[in-house]
Write a protein that binds this ligand. Structure first.
Ligand SMILES: [Mg+2]
Ligand SMILES: [Zn+2]
Length: 272
């Protein structure tokens, strides 16, 4: 393993548009969605929209068919496969839902490249799709950057991922995202990590207000082609630095071993 964890947002990062909007628009429910949006949180609205779709006779198969047609930039799948082949641990953190994400990833045949999908529960119940909140903050509201939706704080998910690393394995995170919800996790990244915000999208604008608030190195990207270039460049750079570090620590070990066998001619202490 490379010791690199790549965390992808899903909507407008892996796929080129927002999956919730795509399903609602493609099935002709845009007006109802826009009418209800001011009245409830996005996540609750999506659950309600799925109920509306079901009551108007839209089947799960029709939703799946719409998801199978979702636009994705042609360089994103090769980028995911290359990062995986280079030994990176790939994960998803998304405010979409499990049903949409799994349906799309299975259709694209890339689900097995991801070790973890953190998203809102989404499942079929009596022929209708249910979409529930990831967190239940009704009992204990979360206070973070103030921009996270009530159902999901991606910053808390990054905290949990970082807490799962053992002290000495020095794992680095590369985080890719576009939305305002990707700002909270960007603030949690450490100095050794990398933030890849999509240029001129909400997370980019938020970061640009005061980039010094981030400890991680910032590398922007505009589309799937640049996502691939920047991501693979970062992975190879990190791997090279790691190799260099490993070689130098190896030399030190040799010197120490030699030192332990005194007396020896001093010339042996000189590195080749
Ligand atoms: Mg997004
Ligand atoms: Zn948050």
């Amino acid at each position: 393993m490379s010791g690199i964890v790549v965390v992808f947002d899903f909507d407008k990062t892996i796929i080129d548009i927002d999956s919730d909007n795509w399903v609602v628009d493609e099935l002709g429910f845009t007006d109802l969605f826009n009418q209800l949006l001011p009245t409830m949180p996005w996540n609750s609205l999506m659950d309600k929209m799925m109920m509306e779709l079901h009551s108007k006779g839209v089947t799960i198969e029709e939703i799946e068919e719409v998801l199978h047609r979702i636009p994705i930039h042609p360089r994103v799948i090769p980028a995911i496969k290359a990062a995986h082949a280079l030994g990176c641990d790939l994960r998803i953190v998304s405010d979409a839902n499990m049903f949409f994400i799994e349906t799309i990833l299975e259709h694209l045949k890339i689900k097995e490249y991801f070790s973890e999908i953190n998203t809102n529960p989404g499942y079929v119940e009596e022929g209708r799709l249910r979409i529930l909140p990831y967190h239940d903050f009704n009992k204990a509201p979360h206070g973070c950057c103030g921009l996270c939706p009530p159902n999901m704080c991606k910053g808390l998910i990054i905290d949990r991922i970082q807490d799962s690393f053992s002290q000495d394995d020095d794992k680095k995170i590369i985080y890719l995202g576009d939305g305002a919800g990707d700002y909270c996790p960007s603030l949690r990244l450490k100095q050794r990590d990398f933030m890849m915000p999509r240029k001129n999208f909400p997370v980019w604008d938020l970061i640009c207000k005061d980039p010094s608030l981030l400890k991680a190195e910032i590398h922007g990207w505009t589309d799937g082609e640049e996502l691939e270039q920047v991501l693979l460049q970062l992975i190879s750079q990190i791997s090279m630095e790691k190799d260099a570090l490993f070689m130098s620590s190896d030399c030190k070990t040799q010197t120490l071993l030699i030192s332990a066998h005194e007396p020896l001619p001093k010339v042996l202490h000189v590195r080749p």
